[in-house]
Design a protein around this ligand. Sequence first.
Ligand code: NDP
Length: 296
Amino acid sequence: MSIVVGGGTGFVGKHFAKLGISKGFKIINVSRTAKPNCITWNDLSRSGLPDDCAAVVSLSGEPILQPFKWWTPEMKLKIRESRIDKVKLLNQAICAAPKPPGVFVSISGVGYYKPDAHKEYTESDIVEPFDFLSEVTRDWEAAAVLPSNVKTRLVVVRSGVVLGNDGGMVANIKTPFYFGLGGPIGSGKQWLPWIYVEDTVGIIMHAIENEHITGILNGTAPNPVTSEEFTKAYASALRRPHLFPMPAFVAKAVFGAEAAGVLLEGQKVLPKRTLEMGYTFKYTDIKWVCEKLVSS
Ligand code: NDP
């Protein structure tokens, strides 16, 4: 059986492919460019899903935090279209399939929850958009919704910051931290809704393999930490000092004021429903995860 993964060529997708292949699935990535084990978005629109498609997974998205790539109107359009338009293409392919897959797992982000120093968010909280990213997330999740006559299950994984040595946030910070130039970001008191990448792909696979699961699952570790607790644990695992803070004005100069909000503010997000749906997290302790990040 095959799993079709939009944006599967990226950081999370590579880990998902490893897990999928170990379980005997054939992974078919959908990419903007033709490459081995990939079809293009045009191929998907032209030829549809393979007959043996068991699941479709959506992981596409222009990265939201890139040094000196500020959220200009052009960048905002890219952030929107790379998510929403690609989810729509997967949705259309599912609807057009003579034998639709059993499940559609679409990733989104915890940026849907408004940053708050005290509130604990779970999947049952009603969310209302309050800024650019939360508006994108609303439309991203809405684009995944299938018409009622299609029997494919929909699971949305609202992901926190995915930690892994080979991509995402850690790939951006490891060089300064390695040279002993790391430290807290902004006040350091903001929440960092983290998850280790093996759990991100574990949750996606759990949703595929368990037919009772539908709806929203928070993709965040059960023990949230503040940004400073993470940067301290990471510097300590690297055996480096934690001395050089990145003040808010530097974060704003590097990422632009709007995008820097993602680093300078955070939300405490708990995976209540993910746990209720039977997922067992492998990585729950940030110190242990940081040791793993350094040794892998
Ligand atoms: P990546 O940055 O690795 O990107 C995934 C894939 O998206 C890329 O391989 C690329 O595929 C495709 N892509 C990138 N830019 C564009 C674009 N402008 N237009 C169309 N496609 C594009 O993402 P991750 O693996 O880190 O994350 C996977 C998903 O999870 C993303 O949607 C991301 O927003 C979401 N997420 C990730 C978090 C994280 O911390 N990493 C946190 C919360 C959510 P190709 O080049 O083959 O077309």
